[in-house]
Design a protein. Structure first.
Length: 146
């Protein structure tokens, strides 16, 4: 197993999701990787910023684009603990992301149900990395709040 594989980077996204959890945010975490290096880390900030668009993916995409000095992330991979929503999938598509890797599927709000063609045609898609861990964190979060 190579040290910088999908599991390695998903663990980093999972750490971000745990930070969100601790802050009372829906526990979604994301990292953007370029040439086996994390160039952006983010987690949901919708509560803190009172902004429905402050999803982990949106924060990570903005941060990565700022660092790279351009809007296209075709040489990058995004690791996110939950299947992106339609809004995030649209942003991922517009950024021409090279690869999207997500953990848990989202049957209620995931893009694959509502906008399966939102991603750029060249974006490689990998599903289910650390799926159980990611899903368990979400379940625990919502059970605490009910």
């Amino acid at each position: 197993m190579e040290p910088f594989d999908d599991n390695y980077f998903m663990k980093k996204a999972f750490q971000e999701a745990k930070l969100a959890y601790e802050k009372g945010e829906v526990p979604v975490g994301a990292v953007v990787v370029a040439q086996n290096r994390i160039i952006a880390r983010a987690h949901n900030l919708t509560e803190m910023l009172t902004d429905v668009t402050a999803h982990a993916e949106m924060q990570a995409i903005t941060s990565a684009a700022n660092l790279l000095g351009g809007k296209y992330l075709n040489e990058c991979s995004l690791y996110v603990t939950l299947e992106p929503c339609v809004m995030c999938a649209g942003a991922i598509g517009w950024s021409q992301l090279g690869k999207l890797v997500y953990g848990a599927s989202d049957s209620k709000r995931g893009f694959s149900k509502f906008a399966p063609k939102a991603l750029h045609p060249k974006t490689e898609l990998v599903k289910g990395v650390m799926e159980e861990d990611c899903a368990d964190l979400m379940t625990a979060f919502f059970q605490e709040r009910r």
